[in-house]
Design a protein around this ligand. Structure first.
Ligand SMILES: Nc1ncnc2c1ncn2[C@@H]1O[C@H](COP(=O)(O)OP(=O)(O)OP(=O)(O)O)[C@@H](O)[C@H]1O
Length: 369
């Protein structure tokens, strides 16, 4: 378990982390999301005692990291895959770590095997590709068989097979009852990996909730409908108060309002053939982009971006409904279709909730092979 309470970090005038309070629980993969510069790495560094908080505190298994007697056996972390001695082989890199932390030598072979780099274990790491370096970093994190694992952008540089592997690894580690805390900008990957999300923007907490709630509570359900009688169906649905728009360029319709069953019944009553009727929610990426828009510090001036001709109105502006002390007027106006106003009177899209009870008791992780 990781517990942050009022965690704050200031670098000169820059408030990198601003009174963050959250818990990362065992038995789940918790995704840590936020735009560039939001304070994720700073938070992770404070968890690992690599940076000291300006205010507040963060505990690992109930104690500050520096008070852990065998840190590598309690927390394994991948923060920077390049943080290794290039002249050393992968094997020796892990062996040094093992020996300085009282971890048996045979565990080195185990983790090399687990991450699939046994064949290159005797090669110097300076010749490693980004993906090989990531795997070695993950091996280092796993070395002490810790109950808590933290990964900062673990899929960086991994090929599709590697991405699938790390996804399954993180899920398996959580299923064993471990605490898995992972930051990533790859939303599609996060969506299929994390059970719980902590989202920050400009150092502040935006959301602390289950993946399901994050998406369902911040987007409106809709139905994708495909019919050879699309015009007829559109008239019917709009006459009943529903909204119909094209679903991208796919030729399908996006219907908001009536439930899928009601759309099917309407179509049947009027002899309209349906080729598809699929209930949908917005993707994590859509919800995330929406909720963090106002917290993005660094943005490329691409065509269509803020300030560019034709840029969407409100682009880059803080969104009313979160990050403000009071509920702000205007929410719900000019919302892209598919979005629901965030619940709650303001301040955040929804209040951080008490996370669910740990799925299971963590088994013992101290099995020194
Ligand atoms: N050592 C430092 N000295 C001064 N400012 C720093 C330092 N470390 C981080 N910052 C600043 O603190 C803010 C948070 O940075 P941090 O690296 O934690 O963000 P992040 O969410 O991890 O970003 P990214 O997704 O780009 O990795 C940024 O504005 C950054 O420039």
């Amino acid at each position: 378990m990781i517990e942050a309470q009022g965690l704050t970090k200031r670098y000169g005038n820059k408030l990198a982390v601003d009174q963050l309070s959250f818990q990362v629980r065992p038995g789940t993969v918790t995704g840590f999301l936020g735009p560039n510069g939001a304070g994720k790495s700073t938070t992770m560094r404070m968890i690992l005692g690599l940076d000291s908080p300006t205010a507040g505190n963060v505990l690992v298994n109930g104690r500050p990291y520096e008070y852990l007697s065998a840190p590598l056996r309690e927390v394994g972390a991948l923060l920077d895959a390049k943080a290794m001695h290039g002249g050393r082989s992968a094997y020796n890199h892990l062996l040094c770590l093992a020996q300085s932390n009282g971890i048996p030598r045979r565990r080195v072979d185990d983790v090399l095997n687990m991450v699939g780099i046994t064949a290159v274990a005797k090669k110097r790491t300076k010749g490693f590709s980004l993906g090989m370096g990531q795997r070695l970093g993950i091996a280092s994190a796993l070395l002490g068989d810790p109950g808590i694992l933290m990964f900062d952008e673990p899929v960086n540089g991994l090929d599709p097979e590697g991405i699938l592997w790390i996804r399954n690894l993180m899920k398996a580690l959580a299923a064993e009852g471990r605490t898995v805390f992972v930051s990533s900008h790859l939303m599609s990957e996060m969506e299929v990996t994390a059970d719980h999300l902590i989202v920050i923007g400009q150092g502040r907490l935006i959301a602390d909730t289950s993946m399901r709630d994050f998406i369902e509570r911040n987007s409106q359900a809709y139905t994708v409908v495909r019919s050879p009688q699309a015009d007829q169906l559109t008239k019917l649905v709009t006459a009943k108060g529903g909204t119909v728009t094209p679903e991208g360029d796919s030729g399908a319709l996006r219907v908001t309002g009536p439930e899928p069953a009601a759309i099917g019944d309407m179509a049947a009553e009027h002899g309209i053939r349906l080729h598809e009727l699929s209930p949908r929610f917005a993707s994590l990426e859509e919800v995330y982009m929406r909720l963090t828009q106002g917290a993005v510090e660094y943005r490329a001036g691409l065509p269509g971006g803020p300030g560019a001709p034709g840029a969407p109105q409100g682009w880059g502006q803080p969104q009313p409904g979160w990050g403000q002390p009071q509920g702000a007027p205007g929410w719900g106006q000019q919302q892209p279709q598919g979005w629901a106003p965030p619940p709650g009177p303001g301040g955040q899209p929804f209040p951080p909730q008490a996370p669910p009870a740990p799925a299971q008791q963590a088994p013992t992780h101290g099995s020194e092979a």
